[in-house]
Design a protein. Sequence first.
Length: 353
Amino acid sequence: MAERVVVAMSGGVDSSVAAVLLQEAGYEVIGVTLRMWEPEPPAGTTKDEPAGVNDARRVAEKLGIPFYVLDSREIFTREVVEYFVDSYLEGRTPNPCVVCNNRVKFAALVRQAEILKAGYIATGHYARRGYDSATGRFTLLQGKDGKKDQSYVLFTLSQQQLAKSIFPLGEYTKEEVRAIARDKKIPVAGKPESQEICFIPEHDYGLFLQKRRPDALQPGEIVDTAGRVLGRHKGVAFYTIGQRKGLGIGGGTPYYVIALRPEKKQVVVGKDEEVFRGECRVTGINWVSIPPPRSPLTAEVKIRYSAEAAAALIQPEGDGAWIRFSRPQRAVTPGQAAVFYRKDLVLGGGFIT
């Protein structure tokens, strides 16, 4: 009897090809789409089913597999959207995809797999899963395609979630996945890739914040490290560490945001060299692939999704750790994830405070 697997289908090329590969590998595939965020329709119009749901259904019909739609909008708003807004108002720069994977997406898939008596769940992430017989733990590894590797956003997965997870695209490049979609005549083979946060389609997070919390965005002072007032800002939430554009400060010296003080309604700026930090504190750590270490360890650390990994010493302390870089890093930003690697193995990660 074939193993049953629940596949998260977003209506995009990656998740569609993940379903194809699992079906060809002999699994009994069940497609599931999570409805997580939908903009309000214009006044006087009715809300249609989102395009992603329709696309996923078309792919499921093409493959001849069962298809379910799960309404996850309430938990997504509570756990991801509100976290996103709160983070900006508190002077942090959030990564909603990291939080969504653990709290919403994989949690919902595991529950649905239990209901449907499926042994596995699968997604279209470019990552790989392994197993360490010495520790008895499942491990998370980078995907083969270094340009598309998505292991960074999966470090929060629990051992229970990882044990049930399959990442069919882990050994493929994006070009190979596109070729499979065209060869199998998948309806979404030519669909463009989404680069946006799903609930902020125009990249205008400032407008989104204004609509969600109009009373919370208070103007204040732009100051330098000596406390001198250099200008005014429209709200701390509109700025992030390392930012240069949009400060509205005259003069010949280029200034960059080096700190945010929401309690004082201040944006602190400095010169280019002041944007670099040699260490940072990380909390909320999840050691996804290894048992929690009791002593310092060396690793390569990525401080944002698009950053190059940097050599560092990780020193566990209390409920978190201190990360001490071998070379100072630019724009170490509170709220972003710091993910720890050893070659292609994801040791774990946490959130910069």
